[in-house]
Design a protein around this ligand. Sequence first.
Ligand code: NAD
Length: 438
Amino acid sequence: MKIAMIGTGYVGLVSGVCFSDFGHDVVCVDKDPGKIDRLTRGEVPIYEPGLDELMAKNVEAGRLTFTLDLKDALAEADAVFIAVGTPTRRGDGHADLTYVMAAAEEIARTADHYVVVVTKSTVPVGTNRKVAQTIRKANPELEFDVASNPEFLREGAAIDDFMRPDRVVVGVQTDKAAEVMAEIYRPLFLRDFPIITTDLESAEMIKYAANAFLATKITFINEIAALCEKVGADVKEVSKGMGLDGRIGNKFLHAGPGYGGSCFPKDTKALARIGQEHAAPMSIVETVIKVNEDVKRRMIDKLLDLCDGSFNGKSVAVLGVTFKPNTDDMRDAPALTIVPALVGGGAKVKVVDPQGRHEGEKLLPGVSWVEDPYKAARNADLVVILTEWNEFRGLDLKKIAKHMTTPRLADLRNIYGQKDAKRAGFEAYVSIGRRPVE
Ligand code: NAD
């Protein structure tokens, strides 16, 4: 199969590379000349474990190329994937479809043969039909079908998720489009990964329902964590006890500083908006959005308590700012709420993150960046663990505490325990969903 992939971000690039590894000929297009320049030189513009090797292998094999020109990519393509951003539209929470519709118009202007136009971006129910209308209007002669193929990969584990998915979801209107999609995903089908072929609307809905459910699960345990702190229970024990129930499952039950990232915040808002527009309110999801904001604010209160009520003049080391480990993605990370509160309150903040610096420098003004957690903690009044990178899981807490001015630790990912902190010489330790040391 010949595939054109529009957008070389976290989803487009991983999908393009993996499709080429399936044996398809893939041309990736982006309108950002900087990205295409780097990709053509063999550099991966994002941090995603294993992506550089897999990309190099498929470029070398002649199955994967990059271009700024959609015409090159569309020549003889059987399918063109739209994998551009769908951020929250300013003001109303709706998904901003500007980039998707612009891509649809470009396809209409450029394509000259039958092609399946596949939307991989997360888009509200009805968008695939709008994509079809847009193309038909701009190029009434063109023969094409649309297909919805939402993506479920997780940043940090994207290649494995793409190659070994829990399921692939495909929404189509015609048998012809279904055949093309089946051929594209044949390597997965042959290895018995479930492929759900359904209508456009159900496919679009599955993606939002799945993400909203996961965001709800995280938010549920975060709210339980707040109650654990009041009643003296330990949320880690509670999650374990709940998660072993096969009906519940142990994933997405880790209490933390609130969900963030490029998907959950915007997709929950978009689903709430879709519900309002169709007079079918998504009350649970609306509450989840609100509670997640409360969770982040509660983190700031915890830090304030540890700083005796004021950040002013305090020296704070922040370990981790990306929204989760193994990515450089900072979109909607809890750090974007918590770090500005520290800086705004007058704290001197040193940040260390294995991959977040490049993005973080643009998004977190007023902080200084250091390479190593021990340097960051030297002479600090408070250390805050915000992202559970492996680098922060085995810290020599004694060494950290020894060189701090006032050894205090806010472990917002529950990596350590109160006993570890006390033994290492910390005078104060707070975590999530566990009562502070008396
Ligand atoms: P991204 O912002 O990382 O990448 C989007 C890319 O598209 C950019 O490189 C941009 O320059 C390019 N682009 C935009 N318009 C273009 C055009 N007309 N022609 C060519 N290139 C164009 O976005 P992302 O994180 O990869 O997300 C893409 C979509 O996938 C979103 O809808 C998102 O919700 C969804 N999604 C993301 C993830 C994730 O983990 N990031 C997971 C599942 C689904």
